[in-house]
Design a protein around this ligand. Structure first.
Ligand SMILES: [Mn+2]
Length: 426
């Protein structure tokens, strides 16, 4: 077939700056996805659009996570079609097709074939005709607020209505839940990528800690950690770096990072590299001057105790709710129950707040454990030295058959380890 684009899969590792997953990994993902469909169903997906920042200047492109997961393709303008029943292409019978724009040198990760994007619509129409269910993933078809007319527009509802009218007997449904079930359990290769994201994040934190000193702006720590992650080949940041000192340590999602840090304060660093699309999400709290005060250490150790007791109950069958209750119970027991601002855990993977299909932990999931205590400046029922202190410690944990493995274990965590890391100046 002349539309088939010749692809030199073997050349790709030389052309791609980013480390790729094996072809078997993508093939197995497609097989698992096909198992969740049945022969009466079809799945169609489109890559993310670009988003403009200002005229002619786009935001950095990031592929939609489900599309990235199933195709490995990191650029725009592509489609993916999966028909477990099969599609006849000349004398070939295929089940999965990747569609890419003309001239794209792209890896055919695990699909049966690769065609030009021009071939997508006719083949999609053909395979959707007669299907009972069409799953779709379209990151750009969603809710839009038409504020001029003060009305909500549910584009996905319009899409479904138009499609089901044109295809009587065929239902259109979003593929989100299928992908949540696949993505929540990480493969060995995914864990390997996450370990790399975590290692470069740890090195970045170490670099910042060694540079940290009173009189510097928070952005210096941001620059140091991002420098190290970028230098080591991160594909980006998993999220905007949070560097909050003094009163900013009390704001969980503070990311202006412009305050000048002062002696005697703590600084919360919540940072994460993205490697091959996978996120690390790590928080360490440092004493700006290099040594925690006794009051700060009291809060620090309460957060650490909460972490340890949460680590201890992580195993298949435990729920995310159990982890939250355990963390709150410990922090209350330590006398800081009033100063909890957020939950203790979330899944992490391709997205820093990753998908999950249920509340119950299973082997192969990766979740964070991130208790925090945030004592407001005006909390007059605690010692003065504890006011205005926010401490969060966050680690990434792999659920195993028998318990858990702390993937971030190499990154100094105890208060004494933090202090000694800060003393080892570059
Ligand atoms: Mn987190």
């Amino acid at each position: 077939m002349k539309k088939i684009i010749a692809l030199l899969a073997l050349l790709c590792p030389l052309l791609c700056a980013q480390e790729r997953f094996s072809q078997q990994e993508y093939q197995s993902r497609i097989v698992h996805l096909a198992h969740l469909l049945d022969t009466a169903s079809v799945l169609a997906m489109k890559s993310s659009e670009t988003h403009q920042r200002t005229n002619d200047v786009g935001y950095p492109y990031r592929q939609e996570s489900n599309f990235l997961y199933i195709t490995g393709v990191t650029h725009q303008g592509c489609y993916f079609l999966l028909a477990p029943k099969g599609i006849q292409l000349g004398d070939r019978h295929v089940r999965s097709i990747l569609f890419v724009p003309k001239g794209t040198t792209s890896l055919n990760a695990g699909c049966d074939t690769v065609l030009d994007v021009g071939a997508f619509q006719p083949l999609f129409k053909q395979s959707a005709a007669g299907a009972q269910m069409v799953y779709y993933s379209a990151p750009d078809i969603r809710f839009v607020s038409d504020w001029v007319n003060d009305r909500a527009m549910f584009l996905d509802r319009e899409t479904r209505k138009a499609f089901e009218e044109r295809n009587p007997g065929t239902k259109l449904k979003t593929a989100t839940s299928l992908f949540s079930r696949l993505r929540e359990i990480k493969s060995g290769e995914e864990i390997r990528m996450m370990r790399k994201a975590i290692a470069m994040t740890g090195d970045g934190i170490r670099r910042s800690a060694q540079r940290c000193a009173p009189g510097l702006r928070e952005s210096v720590l941001q620059a140091e950690v991002e420098y190290e992650m970028t230098r080591q080949g991160a594909s980006g940041l998993a999220f905007s770096s949070i560097i909050g000192s003094g009163p900013n340590s009390l704001i969980p999602h503070y990311d202006a990072n412009l305050r000048i840090m002062e002696a005697g304060e703590v600084v919360v660093m919540d940072v994460g590299a993205e490697y091959a699309g996978y996120a690390a999400d790590v928080t360490r709290t440092l004493p700006v001057g290099g040594t925690f005060s006794a009051d700060q250490k009291k809060i620090y150790n309460a957060v650490r105790r909460a972490q340890d007791e949460v680590f201890a109950i992580i195993k298949p069958g435990t729920t995310l709710g159990d982890l939250d209750r355990k963390a709150s119970e410990v922090i209350k027991r330590e006398g800081f129950g009033k100063f909890i601002l957020h939950g203790v855990t979330h899944a992490v993977g391709l997205d820093v707040h990753d998908v999950s299909s249920s509340d119950v932990l299973r082997a192969g999931m990766v979740v964070t454990v991130e208790p925090g205590i945030y004592v407001p400046v005006n909390a007059d029922d605690v010692p003065a030295g504890q006011r205005g202190v926010g401490i969060r410690i966050e680690d990434d944990v792999l659920v195993t058959e028998t318990g858990c493995e702390i993937l971030t274990n190499e990154i100094p965590r105890e208060s004494a380890e933090i202090e000694s890391m800060m003393r080892s100046k570059r």
